[in-house]
Design a protein around this ligand. Structure first.
Ligand SMILES: Cc1ncc(COP(=O)(O)O)c(C=O)c1O
Length: 325
């Protein structure tokens, strides 16, 4: 009886994290091995569930968020879906502001979980492609709502529990799942929380793990380049600014990935691996394959990357945009 009941999760919160690591041997037969964390298997269908749980749990522990208290956040959508999972279970009303260029599926998803999503008109982006100015407009709207509702503002961009979530969960999971055999870690950066926390943990385990930030081609502030292409397909990353949570001491290099490469690897992940994922996952796979082919690592190296969210979070019109680009 006990063994049976121990398989029952107490709530959706216990479905967050401990995602499988899958070998992408069909997409990349070698040299080396490409391994990917299945973050789309979190209950909110993205990596952002981890930071959602950590940030709200900490706010409650510190008395910044009272039981039943309102929560507000700005998001590209995935943080909103993650917060909606946590707020549904813990009983907090959640209001989200999201640039209208982020896919409508994300708004539908979080509203199905009881959140309210305010879609903020874009300043200079287009649907499927969100710029820093669009994010700033959604931030201003979020701050107005915080005042009006007397809400707790999550502030994922500056909240250290965001990167702590990955330092305490994603990094240790990767280390355990590979038996400590990680030669490289590759990840796109939005807030930088996932890259910063994971690479810090992996570098503490083994300083010679090569850690690479992936940026959209033409929007590479972390590389120190001027922004020449603020519009790109990597929703949730590449906002044209260096995020405060990024810790450059745990980053060895950056790589730029074009929209075309992200689309191509998103397609390959589906057709060769049976994994329907989003654009940043495609970008991660493209960069990881480039690293494995570069000769920078031993021929039998293992590189880990993240499949950040589900392909179900994107709209067919974005695919039209791809075929027109
Ligand atoms: C699809 C997707 N990929 C990558 C990221 C980047 O994650 P982080 O904010 O931890 O840098 C995000 C963030 O929202 C995202 O939504």
């Amino acid at each position: 009886m006990d063994t049976q009941t121990s398989d029952i999760k107490a709530s959706a919160l216990e479905l967050i994290g401990n995602t499988p690591l899958v070998a992408l041997d069909r997409l990349h037969p070698g040299p080396g091995r490409l391994l990917a964390k299945c973050e789309f298997m979190n209950p909110g269908a993205s990596l952002k569930d981890r930071s959602s749980l950590y940030m709200l749990r900490r706010a409650r522990e510190e008395g910044k968020l009272n039981p039943g208290g309102p929560v507000v956040e700005l998001t590209s959508g995935n943080q909103g879906c993650g917060l909606a999972v946590v707020c549904a279970v813990l009983g907090h009303p959640l209001t989200i502001t999201m640039p209208a260029g982020n896919s409508i599926q994300r708004a539908i998803h979080m509203e199905a979980l009881g959140a309210q999503c305010v879609r903020v008109p874009q300043v200079d982006g287009i649907y499927g492609s969100v710029t820093n100015a669009d994010v700033e407009a959604a931030t201003a709207e979020a701050l107005t709502l915080v005042d009006r509702l007397g809400a707790y503002y999550v502030n994922q961009l500056a909240n250290e529990s965001n990167s702590l979530a990955h330092y305490e969960t994603t990094g240790p999971e990767i280390w355990r799942q590979t038996g400590g055999r990680v030669d490289g870690f590759v990840a796109v950066v939005g807030t930088g929380g996932s890259f910063a926390g994971t690479s810090k943990y992996l570098k503490e385990c083994n300083p010679s793990v090569v850690t690479i930030v992936v940026e959209p081609s033409g929007s590479e502030p972390i590389r120190g380049e001027p922004i020449t292409k603020p519009r790109h397909l990597l929703q949730g990353s590449g906002y044209g600014v260096v995020p405060p949570l990024l810790q450059p001491q745990y980053m060895d290099d950056t790589m730029a990935v074009t929209d075309e490469e992200a689309v191509e690897y998103k397609r390959l992940l589906g057709e060769k691996e049976g994994l329907f994922v989003g654009y940043t996952s495609g970008a991660n796979a493209a960069a990881a394959v480039r690293l494995l082919r570069s000769g920078r690592l031993p021929p039998d190296a293992w590189v880990v990357t993240m499949l950040n969210d589900s392909g179900l979070k994107y709209t067919p019109t974005v695919m039209n945009y791809e075929s027109n680009s």
